[in-house]
Structures are given as C-alpha cells and as structure tokens.
Design a protein around this ligand. Structure first.
Ligand SMILES: Nc1nc2c(ncn2[C@@H]2O[C@H](COP(=O)(O)OP(=O)(O)OP(=O)(O)O)[C@@H](O)[C@H]2O)c(=O)[nH]1
Ligand SMILES: [Mg+2]
Length: 309
C-alpha cells in the first residue's frame, strides 16, 4: 500500500472516532474531609455535563476518591449519585488520583477539587477543547480569582521557574481543574508523587513529551471548609518536583547553566589568584575545571537517557 493511501486511511480513522460527548466522561474528585463542598461540586458538575452528554446520564460518572475522611464526605458523595472509593488510610492527593484513574469507567477524564473552588460551567468547553489537544487546564487567570496573597507570590516564582525549565509559557502550573485522556495520563504514572505535586508533574510531563496543553481562563472561588495545604512543606515539594521533572525530561536545561556558573567561578578564581598572588593556584583551578567537566558530562549522559526513553 502506498504512503498516500495510508495517509488517507489515517484521516478516515481520526474523523471516525466518536466525539467525547458520545464516548462518556468520568469526573474524578480526590477528597479529604470535604463534607461542606462535595455536594455542590457534584451537583453543579451534573447540571453542566449531563446536558452536554446529550442528556444521557449513563455517559457520565462521578468518581470520588475519599481519602480516609473522618467526616461525612463519602456518604454525601454517595447520596449525590457518585461512585465512591474509600482509602483505608490517608494516601494523599496524587495517590488518590492515580487510584481513581485506574478505576475510572471512561477514557475522558476531568479532575476537580472537592472544596467548591472551581467552576463547573466551564467543563463542557474544556471537553470541546480536548477534542483538539491532549490536556486542557483551567487556568486561574479569570476576573474573579481568590488566591490568598501569601500564596500568590510563591506561585508566580514557581511558575516562572517551571517556564524557564520547560522552555514554554505555562498559564497555570498546578491548577486542580483539568481534562485529559486516561491513557495519556497513565503513561507517566510512575512519576506522579503521592501528594499535591501531582498537578505540577502532569503539566511538566505533558510539556516535556510534546503533548499539547491548552489553557482556559477560569475564576477561582474561596474554598468551603479547611485547606489541606501545608504551606512550607508543600511549596518545598513543588519546587523539588519542578527540579526533578526537569532533570528527568530535560537535564541539559540544568546542566548548561551550572556549567556556565562553574566556569565563571573558575575564571574569577584564576583572575583573583593572579592579581593577589602573582601566580595561579593550580590545584584550585584544576578542581573547578574537573567539577565543571563532570557536570557537563553527567548532563550529556542524563540527556542521552532522557532521549532514549
Ligand atoms: N485524596 C486526597 N485528597 C486530598 C488530600 N488533601 C487534600 N485533598 C483534596 O485535594 C483537593 C485540593 O486540596 P485543597 O486543600 O483544597 O488545596 P488547594 O486547592 O491547593 O488550596 P486551597 O486554595 O486552600 O483550596 C481538595 O479536593 C481536597 O479535598 C489528601 O490527603 N488526599
Ligand atoms: Mg482547594
């Protein structure tokens, strides 16, 4: 069969695939003690998505992963018609999403939080966008965004850092409202951490593997109930995640600046030694040169591994 015929066939296969609204959608909600917000989240999502799915409730699943809540989250979610999976002990946000992804009924997944912060009415638009890309992120850049000011600055620094390392513009690095295909997301299952860094990891994993992310500006409400975020620990974990993902996917993005920095330090030591002692400290310069070369070599080897993966 010639190449032209094969190309024509692949076009036919693509267009023949049923639209998302015909395939069905699973809304996945990781929840830990969210009895105040969970009912509104489920009911709003149903109101937004069932009409979108041609008013066929059998094409819609709400899957709540109740992470050992000690309040009425699980019961309320069941009463609202959700399928509830309960972890016997608290495993964390990322671990719960992974468990949910493995058990979800449909290939098309939307994730959202159980604290009634994300708007449900944008979900149909997100699914329409998902027809033409690999992941849609609800970017908290709308007119009404309630993010406590002490977190805003850390978020901006983290996003800029991630943008530099991923060489891409990222409108929202760790939004909890996303739509994607389950199989794409599960390709990176071994990388997802148990905690909150799941969202950051899935963003960077897609970007580093040339999967397309589109952003939809959304509002973000003040949460119902108590935040589960531990500011210092979770922010530190997020920075570590960005760093780890970069070393994993694009190590030269770290190795090059480090090599340049070490070369600059070597040069300064050289100049200082020459000016102050009239001679060059051979051992010091040799040491810096060796470290610089080692960093560069390790970077190249890591880059080879990343490419061969
Ligand atoms: N499965 C699981 N979910 C969790 C855990 N901690 C938090 N969550 C859920 O993850 C979502 C996000 O947690 P939040 O506490 O709202 O964190 P946040 O959205 O970053 O911060 P806020 O702006 O304070 O809402 C909510 O649906 C929580 O119920 C956990 O240990 N396990
Ligand atoms: Mg929240």
């Amino acid at each position: 069969m010639d190449k032209k015929t094969l190309n024509e066939m692949s076009v036919i296969v693509k267009t023949d695939k049923p639209a998302i609204k015909e395939q069905g959608v699973t809304l996945l909600i990781p929840a830990h003690n969210e009895e105040g917000g969970i009912a509104a989240v489920i009911n709003d999502a149903k109101a937004a998505l069932i009409p979108y799915l041609n008013n066929d409730p059998s094409r819609f699943e709400v899957f709540v992963v109740d992470d050992a809540s000690t309040d009425a989250t699980a019961q309320i979610a069941k009463d609202c018609g959700a399928t509830v999976w309960t972890n016997k002990e608290n495993l964390g946000y990322g671990a719960s999403l992974k468990a949910g992804l493995r058990r979800a009924k449909f290939e098309n997944i939307i994730i959202t939080d159980g604290d009634d912060t994300y708007p449900a009415e944008v979900m149909p638009t997100m699914l329409d966008m998902l027809e033409n890309c690999d992941q849609v992120v609800g970017a908290r850049t709308g007119a009404n965004v309630h993010i406590p000011w002490e977190r805003k600055h850390a978020k901006i620094v983290l996003r800029k850092f991630a943008e530099y390392l991923a060489c891409r513009k990222i409108d929202d690095l760790n939004s909890g409202l996303r739509a994607f295909k389950r199989d794409d997301a599960l390709r990176f299952k071994n990388l997802y951490p148990a905690g909150f860094s799941f969202s950051t990891t899935i963003t960077l994993a897609y970007l580093s593997n040339d999967l397309e992310i589109q952003y939809l500006p959304i509002d973000y409400r003040k949460r119902v109930g108590k935040s589960k975020l531990r500011p210092i620990r979770d922010t530190k974990n997020l920075f570590m995640t960005v760093f780890r993902c970069t070393i994993f996917f694009n190590p030269m993005r770290v190795a090059w600046p480090l090599t340049c920095l070490l070369s600059l330090i070597g040069l300064l030591v050289l100049l200082f030694a020459r000016d102050s002692h009239g001679n060059i400290l051979d051992s010091t310069v040799m040491l810096i040169a060796c470290i610089t070369i080692q960093v560069l070599l390790v970077g190249f080897i890591a880059d080879l591994f990343a490419r061969s993966r």
